[in-house]
Design a protein around this ligand. Sequence first.
Ligand code: HSE
Length: 381
Amino acid sequence: MKVAVLGFGTVGVGVFEMLNNAEGLEQGTVLVRPGKNDKAFKRTTIEEITSDPEIWAVAEVMGGIEPAFSYAKAVMEAGKHFVTSNKALVAAKGIELSKIAYENNVGFLFSAACGGAVPILHNLSIARESDKILSVSGILNGTTNYMLDSMQRLGLEYEDALKDAQRLGYAEADPTADVSGMDALRKIMLACAVSYDMLPTEGLLNEGIENVTAEDVKHFMKKGYTCRLMVKGGRTDNSVYAYVEPVLFREGAPECSVLQNFNMACYEGLNSGRISIMGQGAGRYPTASAVLRDLSGILGGRKYMLRESCKAVKAENDKIKQLYYVRLPERMASLIPSESVDAEKGIARIITKPVSVLEMHSMAAKIRKDGGEVFFAAIGE
Ligand code: HSE
């Protein structure tokens, strides 16, 4: 079965190469920008792909919402299966794309959009058929994990760690999505949609690692903590909770051994208990392997991850309460309900009383609005 690839960047090249050796699949054509069609297999318009009767499925690995959305629609309306690694696309347009897929009786899978090689969406879509998914969590951004790990183990400064992650092909074209937690947030949105038929599109909270400093990381190490950027999602009575924030883990917690660009995706099933899957969450071949897994899935008859009943909801992030570590200007320390305060040279490091996720994110936003620099991280169990 011939597969066309939209985009020929880091992941596109990997997908095209892997098609050469995949059972039942074959290299088709590749969509590139005009002027880049220097090989016989390259095309520059989507019509050359949608009108090609030999193309059975299309893998989109371009990123961004447009023109990816228009291409996806055209592909599925032309009766071809569609798989994608594009988190931004599925987070923004997943329900619409799913509707188009069902209407045209073609497959629509996106496991490469969450976790790189780690088959978390694939596993959730199967587990939810026979078990109740109580929660989904984990480390789902390879770039920030690589950065936090390099800052801790190699003593790198933030900027140098980011440059290394970009050079290694882990970061998004605009790494703001990685360091702000937005990339990870899109991934937990998708995990909620697959697990609960609810795609949270409002009320979401994401705190990234933009404000962490080499000094903070040294402080965590002195206190026996490792910092990781975590996603959390799960059911509330009427909706879901879904948020991203840094978390400090005590030595010995499994999250501390997730190094470099690795991801660790976890879910808790009512009957299965906690399941954790670790693997490379970013990079050419790890991500391409997930695209190929989806194509093989469709070949085997598993065509959908989202159900027709999936709907957009507002996330509820005011239910979970936890303790946080907060670093902020000493003059603003009284704005945080604290259990303990350590202050030195105008900087306060606080352990809060239990506060809800929504309260903590709102307090940090207020402090920033008033001109204060703040970094916070939940204290892991
Ligand atoms: N920039 C993403 C990451 C790529 O670092 O995880 C994989 O989704």
